[in-house]
Design a protein around this ligand. Structure first.
Ligand code: AMP
Ligand code: MG
Length: 343
């Protein structure tokens, strides 16, 4: 098999920015052969960076072997190793990077460091067919509204404090909810919100194009502790406020950029209420609504492998001495030469 970037070459990508250790294998044309994830689950539901990193070190070998088995290729077929270089939790990123460096060196193939946020956008475009979207990326660690322009994905709006997924997760923990069968806290809040009837007054914080979720969280927790409202009503109200903020900023970015697509990605993108709000906005602006399927919207190795391929095809190789992890690496700091300017 070819290792030179010809049509039958493959890239193995490692994602380890937070709670998931995931390995994806893709062909250079963008066919996903494997996407194997092993999630770290703590007893409290939070992520302790060092504990998560220890988990990743323990499961790395298993995840890589499983990915090769699933893809049904041999290690000699791998032409490139990609890894999530940032942003993320230091100990987790370092564990993923160490595994990637070791593999690249053992297989004697190039290494490509990938920006995790760019990867979410790129896999979203690959699997939905979106060409030039305004993207809402909402997860446990990120809340970003972006669109391409002038060689980079530009950030039009973002959270000023915590991510929207973190807001939902902390509220659920404060309410004493349990993650049965690994169901995410956001999905548990969503199920309770469906039974909500009363809109409880909570702060709505959009500042210019940025959002703040910490005040909303504090107020929701305070209302919870006051016992004046049903939990279902609080879940409903929390979702309505948080998702209205996200929708307002996304709509303004869409109107400003005049893009014809809204791409929704990240774990919180699995929420039906948020999907409905964004779909309505897309329809009102004559744009297409593109939702990334959950397996590719959550953190996953396939997105790292695909972005590694895009970078590699444009000569972006990361020498080992420059493969240090970048905890605060912003989406808008990355040149994406593979994206064409659509005029
Ligand atoms: P990620 O950080 O992309 O791996 O996604 C994890 C985040 O997505 C966590 O904050 C989850 O609570 C959240 N999440 C998962 N499913 C849902 C859902 N149905 N509604 C809202 N949030 C969700
Ligand atoms: Mg995750």
């Amino acid at each position: 098999m070819q290792r030179d970037g010809s049509p039958h070459a493959f890239c193995l990508g490692i994602e380890a920015t937070a709670d998931d250790f995931s390995v994806g294998i893709l062909s250079f044309e963008g066919t996903v052969l494997a996407n194997v994830s092993i999630a770290f689950m703590s007893e409290t539901g939070g992520i302790h960076p060092r504990e998560a990193a220890r988990h990743h070190a323990k499961v790395a070998g298993t995840a890589i072997i499983k990915a090769f088995q699933k893809a049904n290729i041999g290690s000699q077929d791998v032409a490139v190793i990609a890894f999530s270089q940032g942003p993320g939790l230091g100990p987790c990123l370092r564990t993923g990077a160490t595994a990637a460096r070791a593999l690249a060196s053992y297989l004697d193939v190039p290494l490509v460091g990938v920006n995790h946020c760019v990867a979410h956008v790129e896999i979203g475009k690959l699997v939905t067919g979106a060409k030039d979207p305004t993207t809402l990326y909402v997860s446990g660690g990120n809340t970003i509204v972006s669109a391409f322009g002038g060689g980079r994905y530009r950030i039009f709006g973002e959270t000023l404090d915590i991510a929207v997924g973190n807001c939902l997760d902390v509220f659920a923990r404060e309410a004493g909810l349990c993650q049965t069968e690994g169901k995410p806290f956001g999905a548990i809040v969503e199920a309770l919100a469906k039974e909500g009837e009363e809109l409880v007054e909570l702060p709505y914080s959009v500042k210019g194009m940025d959002m703040s979720f910490s005040g909303l969280l504090t107020a929701a927790v305070r209302s919870l502790k006051s016992r004046k409202h049903r939990l279902e009503d609080l879940c409903y109200s929390l979702q309505e406020q948080a998702f209205s903020m996200l929708t307002e900023v996304t709509e303004r970015a869409l109107a400003h950029t005049e893009k014809r697509e809204i791409l929704l990605t990240g774990g919180v993108g699995a929420n039906r209420r948020l999907q409905t709000m964004l779909k309505t906005v897309a329809q009102e602006h004559g744009s297409r609504f593109c939702r990334v399927p959950t397996q590719y919207a959550l953190d996953n190795g396939a997105m790292i492998a695909w972005t590694g391929i895009l970078g590699f095809k444009h000569g972006l190789i990361t020498p080992v001495e420059e493969s240090f992890v970048r905890l605060k690496w912003r989406l808008d700091e990355v040149n994406v030469p593979w994206v064409e300017e659509l005029c």
